[in-house]
Design a protein around this ligand. Structure first.
Ligand code: S3P
Length: 171
Protein backbone atom coordinates (compact mmCIF):
# COMPACT_ATOMS: atom_id res chain seq x y z
CA UNK A 1 0.00 0.00 0.00
CA UNK A 2 1.15 3.53 -0.82
CA UNK A 3 -0.28 6.25 1.41
CA UNK A 4 -0.05 9.90 0.34
CA UNK A 5 -0.71 12.68 2.86
CA UNK A 6 -1.64 16.08 1.53
CA UNK A 7 -2.99 19.37 2.82
CA UNK A 8 -2.11 22.99 3.46
CA UNK A 9 1.20 24.16 4.92
CA UNK A 10 1.45 23.25 8.62
CA UNK A 11 -1.41 20.73 8.50
CA UNK A 12 0.96 18.16 10.02
CA UNK A 13 1.66 16.06 6.93
CA UNK A 14 5.29 15.32 7.85
CA UNK A 15 4.92 14.74 11.58
CA UNK A 16 1.75 12.68 11.21
CA UNK A 17 3.36 10.74 8.33
CA UNK A 18 6.37 9.93 10.54
CA UNK A 19 4.18 8.76 13.43
CA UNK A 20 2.04 6.65 11.13
CA UNK A 21 5.09 5.10 9.48
CA UNK A 22 6.18 3.85 12.91
CA UNK A 23 2.82 2.37 13.87
CA UNK A 24 2.22 0.81 10.45
CA UNK A 25 5.90 -0.19 10.11
CA UNK A 26 6.19 1.37 6.69
CA UNK A 27 8.89 3.52 5.13
CA UNK A 28 8.32 7.25 5.18
CA UNK A 29 9.26 9.74 2.46
CA UNK A 30 8.81 13.50 2.74
CA UNK A 31 8.70 15.11 -0.71
CA UNK A 32 10.28 18.39 0.45
CA UNK A 33 13.14 16.49 2.14
CA UNK A 34 13.60 14.37 -0.99
CA UNK A 35 13.85 17.57 -3.07
CA UNK A 36 16.35 19.09 -0.62
CA UNK A 37 18.50 15.95 -0.81
CA UNK A 38 18.39 15.71 -4.62
CA UNK A 39 18.96 19.41 -5.26
CA UNK A 40 21.38 19.86 -2.34
CA UNK A 41 19.62 23.11 -1.37
CA UNK A 42 16.94 24.20 1.07
CA UNK A 43 13.44 24.88 -0.27
CA UNK A 44 13.91 28.57 0.57
CA UNK A 45 17.15 28.67 -1.47
CA UNK A 46 15.50 26.93 -4.42
CA UNK A 47 12.72 29.57 -4.41
CA UNK A 48 15.28 32.38 -4.02
CA UNK A 49 17.87 31.19 -6.54
CA UNK A 50 15.79 29.31 -9.14
CA UNK A 51 12.28 30.69 -8.64
CA UNK A 52 8.92 29.10 -7.88
CA UNK A 53 8.31 27.81 -11.43
CA UNK A 54 11.52 25.77 -11.29
CA UNK A 55 10.43 24.46 -7.88
CA UNK A 56 7.03 23.39 -9.26
CA UNK A 57 8.70 21.59 -12.19
CA UNK A 58 11.08 19.58 -10.03
CA UNK A 59 8.33 18.93 -7.46
CA UNK A 60 6.35 17.10 -10.18
CA UNK A 61 9.47 15.33 -11.46
CA UNK A 62 10.38 13.98 -8.01
CA UNK A 63 6.75 13.13 -7.19
CA UNK A 64 6.66 10.88 -10.29
CA UNK A 65 10.06 9.41 -9.41
CA UNK A 66 8.91 8.49 -5.89
CA UNK A 67 5.54 7.09 -6.95
CA UNK A 68 7.17 4.86 -9.54
CA UNK A 69 9.14 3.08 -6.79
CA UNK A 70 8.01 -0.41 -5.85
CA UNK A 71 6.92 -1.35 -2.37
CA UNK A 72 4.88 0.19 0.38
CA UNK A 73 5.51 3.62 1.81
CA UNK A 74 3.95 6.75 3.24
CA UNK A 75 4.64 9.93 1.29
CA UNK A 76 3.89 13.42 2.56
CA UNK A 77 3.54 16.07 -0.13
CA UNK A 78 4.28 19.79 0.02
CA UNK A 79 1.28 22.05 0.54
CA UNK A 80 1.24 23.11 -3.11
CA UNK A 81 2.02 19.75 -4.74
CA UNK A 82 -1.63 18.74 -5.43
CA UNK A 83 -2.35 22.09 -7.12
CA UNK A 84 0.16 22.06 -10.01
CA UNK A 85 0.50 20.13 -13.28
CA UNK A 86 -1.75 17.08 -13.07
CA UNK A 87 -0.23 15.96 -9.80
CA UNK A 88 -3.46 14.72 -8.20
CA UNK A 89 -4.13 12.49 -11.22
CA UNK A 90 -0.59 11.13 -10.90
CA UNK A 91 -1.11 10.55 -7.16
CA UNK A 92 -4.48 8.83 -7.51
CA UNK A 93 -3.46 6.73 -10.54
CA UNK A 94 -0.56 5.26 -8.63
CA UNK A 95 -3.14 3.23 -6.65
CA UNK A 96 -2.46 5.20 -3.55
CA UNK A 97 -4.63 5.93 -0.57
CA UNK A 98 -4.55 9.73 -0.82
CA UNK A 99 -5.53 11.48 2.39
CA UNK A 100 -6.34 15.18 2.82
CA UNK A 101 -5.54 16.58 6.27
CA UNK A 102 -8.19 19.29 6.33
CA UNK A 103 -7.80 22.29 8.62
CA UNK A 104 -9.98 25.40 8.77
CA UNK A 105 -8.62 28.87 7.95
CA UNK A 106 -8.35 29.92 11.65
CA UNK A 107 -6.43 26.73 12.53
CA UNK A 108 -3.97 27.14 9.67
CA UNK A 109 -3.48 30.85 10.39
CA UNK A 110 -2.76 30.19 14.04
CA UNK A 111 -0.20 27.49 13.19
CA UNK A 112 1.45 29.40 10.36
CA UNK A 113 2.02 32.55 12.40
CA UNK A 114 4.23 30.36 14.59
CA UNK A 115 5.86 28.43 11.75
CA UNK A 116 6.40 30.74 8.82
CA UNK A 117 10.20 31.04 8.75
CA UNK A 118 10.99 28.04 6.53
CA UNK A 119 8.07 28.66 4.21
CA UNK A 120 9.08 31.00 1.36
CA UNK A 121 5.49 31.76 0.31
CA UNK A 122 4.69 33.40 3.65
CA UNK A 123 8.04 34.08 5.36
CA UNK A 124 8.06 37.74 4.38
CA UNK A 125 4.40 38.44 5.24
CA UNK A 126 3.58 40.39 8.38
CA UNK A 127 1.44 38.42 10.84
CA UNK A 128 -1.49 40.77 10.13
CA UNK A 129 -1.44 39.77 6.44
CA UNK A 130 -1.52 36.02 7.06
CA UNK A 131 -5.29 35.59 7.66
CA UNK A 132 -6.25 37.13 4.31
CA UNK A 133 -3.48 35.26 2.48
CA UNK A 134 -4.45 31.89 3.94
CA UNK A 135 -8.19 32.41 3.36
CA UNK A 136 -7.63 33.17 -0.34
CA UNK A 137 -4.99 30.50 -0.81
CA UNK A 138 -7.10 27.77 0.80
CA UNK A 139 -10.12 28.85 -1.25
CA UNK A 140 -8.02 28.33 -4.41
CA UNK A 141 -6.38 25.12 -3.30
CA UNK A 142 -9.30 23.29 -1.68
CA UNK A 143 -10.69 21.86 -4.98
CA UNK A 144 -7.34 20.13 -5.58
CA UNK A 145 -7.07 18.83 -2.03
CA UNK A 146 -10.61 17.50 -2.28
CA UNK A 147 -9.52 15.13 -5.04
CA UNK A 148 -7.98 12.99 -2.27
CA UNK A 149 -9.78 9.69 -1.69
CA UNK A 150 -10.14 10.32 2.06
CA UNK A 151 -10.50 13.53 4.11
CA UNK A 152 -9.60 13.75 7.79
CA UNK A 153 -10.45 16.83 9.85
CA UNK A 154 -7.56 18.10 11.96
CA UNK A 155 -9.07 21.10 13.82
CA UNK A 156 -8.75 20.81 17.62
CA UNK A 157 -6.89 17.50 17.34
CA UNK A 158 -3.35 16.73 18.44
CA UNK A 159 -1.07 15.27 15.79
CA UNK A 160 -0.95 12.02 17.78
CA UNK A 161 -4.77 11.86 17.69
CA UNK A 162 -4.84 12.33 13.92
CA UNK A 163 -2.13 9.67 13.52
CA UNK A 164 -4.16 7.28 15.70
CA UNK A 165 -7.33 7.96 13.69
CA UNK A 166 -5.43 7.23 10.48
CA UNK A 167 -3.90 4.10 11.95
CA UNK A 168 -7.37 2.74 12.75
CA UNK A 169 -8.62 3.65 9.30
CA UNK A 170 -5.71 2.02 7.49
CA UNK A 171 -4.89 -1.08 9.52
C1 S3P B 1 4.56 24.99 -0.28
C2 S3P B 1 4.61 24.23 0.86
C3 S3P B 1 5.86 23.77 1.44
C4 S3P B 1 6.96 23.66 0.38
C5 S3P B 1 7.07 24.94 -0.38
C6 S3P B 1 5.77 25.35 -1.07
C7 S3P B 1 3.23 25.43 -0.79
O1 S3P B 1 5.68 22.51 2.08
O2 S3P B 1 6.70 22.59 -0.51
O3 S3P B 1 7.47 25.94 0.53
O4 S3P B 1 3.13 25.84 -1.97
O5 S3P B 1 2.25 25.33 -0.02
P1 S3P B 1 4.87 22.35 3.52
O6 S3P B 1 3.43 22.14 3.17
O7 S3P B 1 5.49 21.14 4.11
O8 S3P B 1 5.11 23.58 4.28
Amino acid sequence: MKIVLLGYMASGKSSIGKKLSKSLEMNFIDLDDYIIEKEKKSISDIFKENGEIYFRLIETKYLKEILSKDGNFILSLGGGTPCYANNMEIVNQAETKSIYLQGSVPTMVERLIRKKAKRPLIASLGDDKIPEFVAKHLFERRPYYEKAKVTIKIDDKKKSEVAEELYKLLS
